[in-house]
Each structure stands twice: as C-alpha cells, then as structure tokens.
Design a protein around this ligand. Sequence first.
Ligand code: SMG
Ligand code: MG
Length: 384
Amino acid sequence: MPPVDRTRHLAPVHLRSIELRRIALPLVSPFRTSFGTETARDILLVRVEADGPTGLVEGWGECTAGNDPLYSSEYVAGCQHVIEHHLAPRLLAGGPIAGGDVSVVLEQVKDHRMSKGALEAAVLNAQLAANDVSLAEFFGSARERVPSGVSVGIMDSIDQLVKVVGGYLDDGYARIKLKIEPGWDIEPVGTIRRAFGDHVPLQVDANTAYTRDDGPHLARLDEFDLLLIEQPLPEDDVTGHAIIARQVGTPICLDESIVSAKAAIDAIERGACSIVNIKAGRVGGYLEALDVHDVCAERGVPVWCGGMLETGIGRAMNVALAALPNFTLTGDVSASERFWARDVVADPIRIVDGEVAVPSGGGFVVDRAFLDSVTTGNTVLRSS
Ligand code: SMG
Ligand code: MG
C-alpha cells in the first residue's frame, strides 16, 4: 500500500526556526507503572516559525518521551540531542516543507520516532495555521466530543486504589484503566470490579511486565469481564502475544509493540492482538497514526487513543485524533487536571458528562506567560 501524502493539497511553509523548549511540571500525584514511579515530568516542546502564503505562522509539537528510557528507548534529553544534531538540521536545510514531507526528509535517521513525531506535529500545525485548516478537519474527526478514559497507576494498597478509582468515577470518567504487574493484578482488579459493579468499563495495562509463561495466570482476569489486556509482554515479542491471545479470553491490545502501520499489520495478521492502542509519538507522528487507524479499520480491528501524560498541547491533538471513526473504544484522554495543577494551555482539557470536547481551530492556545515560568531551557535553531 503506497503511503498517502495527506498534506499535499495544502500550501507548504518555509521554516525559519525550530525552538526546543524544555519545561518542568510536577504531577498532581505520583504515577506508578510496572516501569517505575514518576512524580514530575521534564517535557520537550518544539515550536517552529515559518513563512506561509499569507505571512509568518508558528506551530507547536510535544515530544512524548519520558524523563528516562523506560517506556521505550527514547528519553527527553536524548530526543533533544537527536533533534538538535540530526533531525532539525535536515529540516532547516530544505526548501518549502509540508507536514507530510517531514518523515521523508528524516527517513535516513533510524527510529527516534518520538523526536520525529514532535517535529512533524510542529510543522503540521504551522502548515494548518498557514492554510487556515483546523486540526479536527484535517484529521477527519467525525465527532464533536469523545468519551474520556483515565489511567490509574499502581498504588501502595488496595484501599487506596478503591478510593482513587471512586474519585475518578465521581468525576465522570467513562472508562477506568488499571496498571498491573505481577503481584498487583488479580486481587486489585477483582476488588475494583466488585466494589464498583459490572457496568464499569474496565481494562488493564501491564506495560510489558509478564512473560510467555503467564498465559494461564492472565486468564484468571477473564472472570472480571475486562475490555482488554494491554501489552502483557515485551514490545519485540509479537509471537509471545499471539501465544497469550490463544490462552486468554480477554482481548489482547498492543501498545509498545505497534511502532508503525506496518507493525500493526504484522501483529494483527499474526494473531497477536485484536485491539490496537494508537499513540502518535510512538509511531513517529500523527500522520503515521492516521495510517495505523486506517490499516486497523481495513482489518476490522478497533483502536483507541493512548496517552503519554501530555500537556494540553499533545492532549488536544490526541482528542482530535480520538474523534476518528475507528476509535470505537474510549481512550486515555483524561482532563488536564488528572495530571497537572495548571496546564500550559489557556484552554485546558475538561471532562463534562464523561466526555472531552474535540478542539476547534488549531486545537490549543499556549499560555505563554505560564509556559515561560516553567521553562528550564530553550534552544533556537535557525535555517542558515
Ligand atoms: O496520558 O493518560 C495518560 C497516561 C496513560 O497509562 C498511560 N500511558 O502504557 O499506556 C501506557 C502509559 C504510558 C505512560 S507511563 C510509562
Ligand atoms: Mg500502555
């Protein structure tokens, strides 16, 4: 299947500069997964300035890499390095550029998908601004609101988990995802199911914490009628997931393993998953994410939008993505207040009746004064 260039019909922009801005934001509460505990995020934002057909435009992108290389091999300082030394120079050396050109220009550099995705988002947003096209319109978002799910970390005790989940249900969240790991699975999940009832949409995420031998153990989760089990095994073990999928009644969903549309096709055809979590950063950008959406839709595999503890910048883009037709399962598109006391955008994501609004226009408005107050570093690269 030849890749479709989804931005070809829009006028390209001419990049003037790429700004790499590092910000520090504390989380409202620690977030523990099988990878470790996070209490604050060190986030890399990309801002481009570009000339469009009607003048100067800017575009923002958010890098989804974590502080440390735990979720994937990428991490924020490494992303800044590869962007500064390998990716940005390639983009700044060229002539006019469209969002769809970014992955082509950067193709020679292997992997580094989160870094490439942040750059692509910034160029794409600048190009959309230059063409006065909204993000939702460009993505082909089919709805004005999408249901909002919340991801709940591993807690110190089951009592604490019950309290936290109860709070999110009171907030109106439409679906609960519990992080699991060996030693924190059957009992907490069963307790939540019994405490809040069978009607609560519930799923779990193992973040690669199990082994190929754990199929019979994971099958014990079947009795809790979960929507899915996300990424039980390491990301490179597609065959292992196919083995587990045959032993467990609950659908297997892949997250870390799906690094491209090609990887999604492979995993689906090998029977490793029947549901896919789509994260733009993990697959190298929103354009590849649209391709993942399409290849899954063609194969009858439902998808949902994952999250990487983004600020309102990345989150607004995720919400627009989550409004595409094959996003039939509730995503990790929780409100800004789930992670942040104050977001870096003037229009934070809010949950109303269990849903979040698909953003209009450019998707978000950056709160420059607040952003400046949390900035820890700034590097501007210019075209020579
Ligand atoms: O952004 O709401 C969010 C967090 C959702 O659980 C979440 N993300 O594997 O799906 C996942 C995790 C990855 C981030 S923590 C390592
Ligand atoms: Mg996950």
